[in-house]
Design a binder for this molecule. Structure first.
Ligand code: SAH
Length: 215
């Protein structure tokens, strides 16, 4: 798979743009500079891969905007070796960024076609992550508890199962819908089994988090 000097140059420009927009976490910026976003996109959009925009990836879904990926990855404060549960594998781009940050990633996708396509792609690119076709509202009990949880679709509320599957001391970054297509980025810090500190971190737009797997 081709990652040319031109693509690498465009990624440097994207990183400079993200810095201008206020992203300062150097490890996150380095991961974004490394992951070839164009390989996670449909051919028809490849020439736009290094614009700071979301694009269609099939099954009515989108690859997240780089700025959003940078903000969510920064808020997670990923440390090498941590186990992270991602809800909404989609294109696998955010998954790859988390793997670059040294995390052990478990990711769930409810669209079968995206799950299958992305599983092949990540394997081919050498990004090792555990992927599952399932409903993110349920989490992934057999690998719980997780150090961190990241949700990459707009949730109607914070799912109880995800709260339970977070370690005490762990963090969850989740966009919670105010109305369709308008989400507040919420960070939950688990203080004890049933006490969570919560903070709001700006407004974003996500595709909706939907219940049940979609065959
Ligand atoms: N992290 C992805 C974002 C893709 S968009 C990327 O970087 O490309 C969000 C994804 O969440 C979509 O693929 C959508 O199908 C998925 N999704 C929506 N509801 C879900 C649920 N309940 N469980 C798992 N995935 C879900």
């Amino acid at each position: 798979m081709l990652d040319s000097f031109k693509h690498q140059g465009l990624r440097k420009r994207l990183v400079a743009l993200l810095k201008d927009k206020g992203i300062s976490n150097s490890r996150v910026l380095a991961a974004i500079e490394k992951v070839p976003r164009h390989l996670y996109m449909d051919n028809s959009f490849v020439s736009h891969a290094y614009e700071d925009k979301a694009f269609p990836i099939g099954a009515d879904q989108t690859i997240s905007q780089p700025y959003t990926v940078a903000v969510q990855s920064g808020l997670l404060e990923v440390q090498p070796g941590e186990s992270i549960l991602e809800i909404g594998t989609g294109s696998g781009y955010q998954t790859a960024v988390l793997v670059e940050l040294g995390a052990k990633v478990y990711s769930i996708e409810r669209q079968r076609s995206l799950y299958l396509k992305t599983k092949m792609l990540l394997d081919k690119m050498g990004y090792r992550a555990d992927l599952k076709f399932g409903d993110g509202f349920r989490g992934w009990p057999s690998f719980a508890p997780f150090d961190k949880i990241i949700v990459t679709c707009g949730a109607p509320f914070v799912p109880e199962d995800l709260k339970k599957q977070l370690k005490v001391g762990g963090k969850m970054v989740i966009p919670v819908s105010q109305k369709a297509g308008s989400e507040k980025m919420i960070v939950l810090h688990k203080q004890s089994e049933d006490v969570f500190d919560t903070s709001e971190n700006g407004d974003f737009r996500f595709v909706p988090m939907l219940e049940k797997r979609n065959l």
